[in-house]
Write a protein that binds this ligand. Structure first.
Ligand code: PSV
Ligand code: MN
Length: 426
């Protein structure tokens, strides 16, 4: 299903006057404070976040899965769903494919479809955490770290195949996340597992095209509950450094133990030029994969403060691959993704309002109270009119959720696809 520009314009009509009033008020106030409002609007419009190909159907847990029906049952349909998100939000201009869940059957057709909808192919993700049908070796006891050379070779080859698939689509990065680890003390030799992983990653790295990056994702636990081979940013950074300049660390917000200072991790990785990618989500307890900004919006803002600082001050760090990596047990997946996209833009806009010069001066003066006032002053600003303006200026919806509902998109998808379709993914 495709949304026409006129439908979006029509849905905007009702709230246009309200938007103009609130935008004029805010823009006026911010300009008086010395902010470059149109510069902020352009930055918001340029900020595009990839949608993971595995998040468009119902999520679920091992206890159950409850569909909202009309799920995309092919990669073409997944791209169409991302097209819906992009038409409404104008910030979902990329897709991140998970292989083998989403291997294109017709590369040209997929590329044409994505192109027509303004969607690029961001990082491709390999999967060595599930056994594939017909595979000779099993990943039950690990993949790149496995004690068996044959298993490691199969996992290396899979990653090389994923690079080839991504290359045909125009992707420029491979994300490697390993479930490898152990469930019980003594099960693994930590050093052997780490060294095997390093050697395997180097073999994959050798197959990386010159203009590609390798993004090494870390996670402290799950599905292994005693140890994970790449458990934190330190392990990821060591492995990336062991591979070379094109290898970077990828931070997934849900992959930290409770109360970790993620903003500090992000900051130091940028200083070292080694932050390559980002998976957005939110969590209360662990890797909960909840809607971005739904639990800890202030932490998200503090992370964006560091990201903005890094983007402005760390030319040694490359442009990042931004992606949402969330799931949804009780929401329409498309509504959930719209809410995540909005939360990301909101945190970014607020971080752009931080007066970096004033903050630096207050830090030099050790004026702790002023430092906090500056951060919280930006955080407490209601920036939603700026987000609306950014969307309006690129043909998006003033309120993507309202437009999604008033255009009755889920019901149209159900009529087109039926109730029983199931999207690939976890
Ligand atoms: C693992 O929890 C993860 O964050 C990795 O990025 C996977 O590729 C993704 O979720 C999907 O399972
Ligand atoms: Mn992730």
């Amino acid at each position: 299903m495709n949304i026409q520009k006129e439908q979006v314009l029509e849905s905007n009509k009702k709230s246009l006057k309200n938007h103009e009033e609130s935008y004029d008020f805010l823009a006026n106030k911010l300009s008086k404070q010395g902010h470059d409002v149109s510069g902020i609007i352009s930055k918001l419009s340029e900020f595009q976040v990839a949608i993971p190909s595995w998040a468009l159907g119902a999520g679920g847990t091992r206890f159950g899965r409850f569909s909202f029906y009309g799920e995309p049952s092919s990669l073409e349909q997944k791209i169409e769903d991302i097209g819906v998100l992009h038409s409404l939000t104008q910030t979902a201009g990329a897709v991140s494919l998970h292989i083998p869940w989403d291997i294109p059957s017709d590369y040209n057709a997929i590329k044409e479809k994505a192109d027509a909808l303004g969607i690029k192919f961001d990082a491709v993700n390999s999967n060595t955490f599930q056994d594939q049908q017909g595979a000779e070796e099993s990943y039950k006891y690990g993949s790149l770290s496995n004690t068996s050379k044959a298993v490691r070779e199969q996992a290396i080859q899979h990653n090389l195949d994923v690079i080839k698939i991504g290359d045909k689509l125009g992707s420029k990065a491979l994300t490697v996340w390993l479930a490898d680890g152990s469930c019980f003390p003594g099960q693994n030799n930590f050093q052997t597992a780490f060294q095997n992983t390093q050697d395997s990653l180097i073999d994959i790295y050798k197959g990386l095209p010159d203009d590609w990056k390798m993004l090494v994702e870390y996670k402290p636990y799950e599905p292994n509950f005693y140890s994970t081979v790449i458990q934190d940013w330190g392990a990821s950074l060591m492995l990336a450094n062991g591979c070379g300049d094109k290898a970077y660390t990828l931070v997934d917000l849900g992959h930290h133990l409770p109360n970790s200072n993620i903003e500090q991790i992000v900051s130091i990785l940028q200083l070292k030029g080694k932050l390559g990618g980002f998976h957005f989500n939110d969590s209360k307890y662990g890797d909960d994969d909840l809607t971005v900004g739904s639990i800890k919006p202030y932490a998200l803002f503090l992370i964006f403060n560091e990201l903005v600082y890094g983007m402005q001050n760390n030319p040694q760090n490359p442009d990042l691959a931004w992606m949402i990596d969330a799931s949804h047990n009780v929401k329409d997946p498309l509504e959930d993704l719209i809410q995540s996209l909005e939360a990301i833009q909101e945190a970014y806009a607020k971080a752009l309002l931080i007066d970096q010069n004033a903050l630096k001066a207050a830090q030099l003066d050790n004026d702790v109270v002023k430092c906090q006032e500056i951060l919280q002053g930006a955080y407490r600003t209601d920036v939603r009119p700026l987000l609306e303006k950014a969307r309006l200026s690129t043909g998006g919806a003033l309120s993507p959720i309202q437009a999604y509902r008033s255009l009755d998109i889920r019901n149209s998808l159900i009529s087109e696809r039926g109730k029983n379709t199931v999207a690939t993914g976890l």
